[in-house]
Design a protein around this ligand. Structure first.
Ligand code: ARG
Length: 463
């Protein structure tokens, strides 16, 4: 005998409804309602295919397809009543469809299972997020190009070990992030190409005996081909992991840049001024302007990479095919995607608004003996010294300047001669930071002409 509280979708086998705790742990509707659009899109494609193959009558399929649009408009309009007892988005939609169109609703699930259904829905959702991430990355790249073009010849210190190393240009530094983001973008594009196979029609795990047309649903949903193994199709979550891996690396890059902005906007550096629109104040210290957006972007990698680890851990021990563990795939991906998009948008806004402090950058570029390498190179080029000896001579000159409390260009010729008698007046030309950066004309180097060439290349690629 069937209990009246037993589940409407599978109650036939059950004598009692679930315990409240069972319902609470089992339900995913609280979060998978975000898949409503994809679920309805997938169901509409499935219904059209069932009619085209003669599995369903045209009139039933038409009623289903029309009814699903009604359900979607209720969800979009906020009038849909989600039910935890109906567990997930798939059963919520189907139950409502039954209320809207009556009996034909019961035929929609022919030749399909929630296993291929959820794999399809989630894939469509992740695919949309990949497209959004690519768009967000490109917007940030464009913002960086504006900064790079404007400051192609502004000099600033280049660091290694966060110690002043050699002068570089502002544009060059901005373009480094353009390259990083370009790789992030290509990772998302790769992931999209790899994932774009349709799970729909894999049914529960073994395929179906109904004469379905998988090619038709594949095309309707914008997939490249149907997934070739039904067991794999319902149990694969690689696509979400590929997304999270790409998102993690992108968030890591954003975090590095955010860290630089935090450092650069400090009173000790003053390399950039962040706009009021992307800063906050302190409730107690009136002078403060805090780079909160940068700090939060720096932190976002924590939850995004956390999602990557979480899903990898959920998947690692699962036997084929579907296991309910896989319901734990979604929340973290949703959260990661929301936060990646937020981080990209905030970074874009910050980059668009920020002002480089050109004078401060230039002053800092010359400090810390940053042109010592130029001096050594001059000794090699003009005096014909072996580089190792030139390195040694330069080191002695740096020590001399340090003792005197001055920078390299402030040493006079007599002081230079005390270290090496062959040095001539010409050396002072290479000790200036502008000459230094202008000389670094090797491909990909920091010279303004190289930076401008890269800006032009990327502008064209992004056009
Ligand atoms: N809510 C489930 C999920 O997110 C849908 C698939 C349920 N399939 C099943 N055989 N119980 O994974």
């Amino acid at each position: 005998m069937t209990d009246s509280t037993a589940n409407a979708m599978w109650g036939g086998r059950f004598a009692a409804g679930p315990d409240a705790i069972m319902e609470a742990i089992n339900a995913s509707i609280g979060f998978d309602k975000r898949l409503a659009k994809q679920d309805i899109e997938g169901s509409r494609a499935h219904a059209a295919m069932l009619a085209a193959t003669g599995i369903l009558s045209d009139s039933d399929a038409a009623a289903i397809r029309e009814g699903l649009l009604t359900v979607l408009s209720e969800i979009d309009g906020g009038t849909f009543q989600f039910s935890t007892a109906l567990e997930d988005i798939h059963m919520n939609v189907e139950a409502r469809l039954k209320e809207v169109i009556g009996d034909p609703a019961g035929r929609l699930h022919t030749g399909r299972s929630r296993n291929d259904q959820v794999a399809t829905d989630f894939k469509l959702w992740v695919r949309d997020q990949i497209d959004a991430a690519v768009t967000g990355i490109e917007a940030l790249m464009r913002a960086l190009l504006v900064q790079a073009e404007q400051g192609a010849d502004w000099v600033m210190p280049g660091f290694t070990h966060l110690q002043v190393a050699q002068p570089v240009t502002w544009g060059h530094h901005m373009m480094a992030y353009v390259e990083m983001l370009a790789r992030d973008r290509s990772r998302f594009i790769d992931a999209r190409a790899r994932m774009n196979e349709s799970p729909l029609g894999a049914a529960a795990l073994a395929g179906t005996s109904f004469p379905i047309d998988r090619q038709m649903t594949t095309e309707a949903l914008g997939f490249d081909r149907p997934a070739a193994n039904s067991l794999d199709a319902v149990s694969d979550r690689d696509f979400a992991l590929d997304y999270l891996a790409a998102a993690s690396i992108c968030a890591m890059h954003l975090s590095r840049f955010a860290e630089e902005l935090v450092i650069w906007s400090s009173a000790q550096f003053r390399f950039v001024r962040l706009s009021d629109r992307f800063s906050t104040g302190s409730s107690i210290m009136p002078q403060k302007k805090n780079p909160d957006a940068a700090e939060l972007i720096r932190a976002k990698i924590g939850r995004i990479f956390g999602a990557n680890v979480a899903l990898m851990t959920v998947m690692k021990g699962l036997p084929l095919a579907y296991s309910k563990d896989m319901q734990e795939d979604k929340e973290q991906v949703f959260d990661a995607a929301d936060n990646l998009m937020l981080a990209l948008a905030a970074m874009e806004g910050m980059v668009r608004d920020m002002t480089a402090n050109r004078d401060k950058l230039e002053a800092a570029a010359g400090a810390g003996f940053s042109t010592a390498t130029d001096l050594a190179d001059w000794l090699v080029r003009v005096l014909g010294l072996p580089f190792r000896e030139a390195h040694h001579v330069t080191g002695s000159l740096v020590a001399l300047a340090e003792q005197a409390g001055i920078d390299l260009p402030d040493l006079n010729l007599a002081q230079m001669h005390s270290v090496h008698p062959g040095i001539t007046d010409d050396i002072f030309a290479v000790l200036g930071v502008h000459n230094s950066v202008a000389s670094r004309i090797s491909y990909g180097g920091t010279a303004p002409e190289q930076v401008r060439a890269q800006v032009a290349r990327w502008k064209e690629l992004l056009a």
